[in-house]
Design a protein around this ligand. Sequence first.
Ligand SMILES: C[S@@+](CC[C@H](N)C(=O)[O-])C[C@H]1O[C@@H](n2cnc3c(N)ncnc32)[C@H](O)[C@@H]1O
Length: 436
Amino acid sequence: MAAAAAAAHLSLFPSLSPNPLKTPTRPRPLAAPANALECERGVEFETGGSFFRRESAVGRDLGVLSAAIHFRSLSPGDDGSGIRVLDAMCGCGVRSLRYLAQAGADFVWANDASEDCRPLILSNLARHPRFSPEGRRRWAVTHLDANRVLAENYLRREFFDLVDVDSFGSDSSYMRLAISTIRKGGLLYVTSTDGYSSGGHRPHCSLDSYGAYVRPMPFSNEVGLRMLIGGVLREAAALGYHILPLFSYYSYHGPVFRVMLKVNKGQLQDRSQYGFISYCHCCGNSQTFSWEEVGQISCTCRKGEVSKSIVVSGPLWTGPLHDAAHVTEMLLLATEWGWACTNKKEDDLEKLLKQMIEEGDPLLHPGYIKLDEIARRGKMNTPPLSTLINALQKKGYAASRSHIAHNAIKTNCPITKCIQFAYELRHIAGTANRGT
Ligand SMILES: C[S@@+](CC[C@H](N)C(=O)[O-])C[C@H]1O[C@@H](n2cnc3c(N)ncnc32)[C@H](O)[C@@H]1O
C-alpha cells in the first residue's frame, strides 16, 4: 500500500522526493461507525476508519460558503491553473469533495499524513470527475506531512486560493508555510482544539504556539478565537503579510476554534487590533490595552493602582471577529442554496450567521458578559437578554448576543453600568407589575 501510494504520488508530481516524511499520526477516535455512509448538504461520502466528526459539519458548511464567495470574486488565474485548494489534513476527504462539488474549486489537493486513509479518500473523491472536459486534473491525493506539502508547493511556486489546515490541538507549525503558499488575497482556514490553552491553563503552551500568554478569563472561548487569529497575524507579519478575519467560529464539541482569514501582502496598517485584554476579578470589568500601555494596566475600580485582581492575556487579536459584509454574503448564499433554515437546531445556519453579523460590529469590545455574572455581582434576577440588549442600544451602546455563549451579551458598556441598567429594568418591571 505504501509503495503504491508513493508511486501514485510520484507519477503526479515527479519533482517530489520518493521518500515522503513519515509523520507519526495520533490515535484516531471514531465518532462515526466504520465505513458509515454520510451525507452533508447532498454530498455523499464514507468515513471508514478516518478521523471524522459529524458535529464539524457546521464548520465545513461555513468554510464552503466563504470559499464559494471568494472564488466567485476571482478571475481565472493568469497562469490558467484555475481556482486551487489545498486541504492539508483532509481525513476522509469530505472537505476536498465539498470544495470541488459545492464551492467551485477547479483543483483540490487532498493530503493526509495517514496512508491508511488512501483508499477511502480515493473512493470519496472518485464521486467527482478526476479530469475536466478539457482534460485538466481536478484532484490529487498525497500522504505527506502537511509542512512538506506546503513547502514543496511553495518551492515550485504553485500557489492556492484556499489553504485549509484542520489540525489537532495547538499545532501551529504549519502557519508560516501555509501563508507562503496562498495566492494574493487568498484564504487560510485554520483550527485549534486546545481548550486548555484558551482557558488560560497552559500559558506557556499558548505562548509557544500562538505567541500569547493566556490567563483564565470568563470569556475564554472567545479568547481562544482571538489567540488563534493573533497567532496567524504574528506569522503573517514576519513574512510581510497581514490578515483579516472573515469569520470566527467556536463550537463546544472538542472544543473547536476555527477562523477563516483573508491573507494580503503588506504590513498591518491598524496595529490597534493586536494587543492585550484585561479582566478585573474585583469588579468584573474588561478592557483592552495597546503595547504602549503595558506597564500601566489597571482598572478604574483600583484607581489606577497595580492589583492582583487584574489578569492580562495577550497579545491577542482585539478587532472584530467577523467581516460583517462577508458574513452577510454567506447568509445570502446559504439562503439561495437552502442551507439557511433547516428547522434542525444543530445546523441552523441562519441563526448562527445572523449572530455573527451582529458580532461583527467593530464598536463591540472583546469578550462577553454572562447574565449569570450580572446576576451574581448585582445580587438580583436579571432581565431577559433581549431586554437588556435593547436597553443598552437605546442608551447608545453597541450590544449584541454572542454565538459563543448563549446567555451572554457583547457590548462596549462596562459591566458596572450593565448592572445598573439591569437594576433599572427590574425596577421598571416591578413597578409595572404592582400597578396592574
Ligand atoms: C481533524 S482530522 C481532519 C478531519 C477532516 N478535515 C474533516 O473535516 O473531516 C486531522 C487529520 O490530520 C491528519 N494529520 C495529523 N497530523 C498531520 C500532519 N502533520 N500532516 C498531515 N496530516 C496530518 C490526521 O491523520 C487526521 O486525519
